[in-house]
Design a protein around this ligand. Sequence first.
Ligand SMILES: O=C([C@H](O)CO)[C@H](O)[C@H](O)COP(=O)(O)O
Length: 207
Amino acid sequence: MQLQFAMDTLTTAAALELAAAAAPHVDILELGTPLIKSEGLSAITAIKKAHPDKVVFADLKTMDAGELEAEIAFAAGADLVTVLGSAGDSTIVGAVKAAKKHGKGVVVDLIGVADKPTRAKEVVALGAEFVEMHAGLDEQAEEGFTFSTLLDDGRSSGVPFSVAGGINSSTIASVQHSGARVAVAGGAIYGAPDVGAAAAALRAAIV
Ligand SMILES: O=C([C@H](O)CO)[C@H](O)[C@H](O)COP(=O)(O)O
C-alpha cells in the first residue's frame, strides 16, 4: 500500500517545508484543495520541481470543465488530479482525456456521494485510475462519524481505491487490510510536532 501525504496548508513555502520533512517516508505528495485555492497552480510546479521523484497529486476537486482544469494542472506538473464523483460523466471523461494526453491519471473523489461502491465502478469504467473513499474534514467533525464505512465501501467496490478521512498511526493498518491501494493522511502528519517522525510512524505501521 502506498502512503499519500495531504498538505492542507495555505502557502507554498509551508508546503515545501512539510514536503521536505515527510518526503523520505511517503510515496505521494498531495497539494490540498485549500493550498491550490490559496496559491494557484504555481504551488504544483514548485512541489514537483522540489520532488521530481514523487507522485504529485493536485486535489482540484473538479466539478465542471474537467478537461480544462485537468489540462492546466498536468501542464503545471501534476501527476494525478481529482475530479468529484458527483460531477457528471462528461466532466470525468474530459479530465481523463487530458490525462491520456499527458500520460497522467485521474482520481475520482467520492466525498459526499451516498452510494460510493456503485459510483466507484462507474467512474473506473470511464477511465479513472482509482477512486478515493473520502470523508472530508467537515464530515469527520460530525457526530456519529465512523471511518469503517469507508473501508467497507472500498472493499465492496471491487475497484482500486484510496482511503482518506483522518487516518492516523492506529488506524492505518485497518486501511491496509481493507485492500486499499493508497492511504491518505493529512492532519496526522502536518499537525504533528515532528512532521518527519509522524510520516515515518505511519510508514512503519504499514505491515
Ligand atoms: O482532502 C482533504 C480535505 O477535503 C481537505 O482538502 C484532506 O486532505 C483529506 O481528508 C486528508 O486529510 P486528513 O483527513 O486530515 O487526514
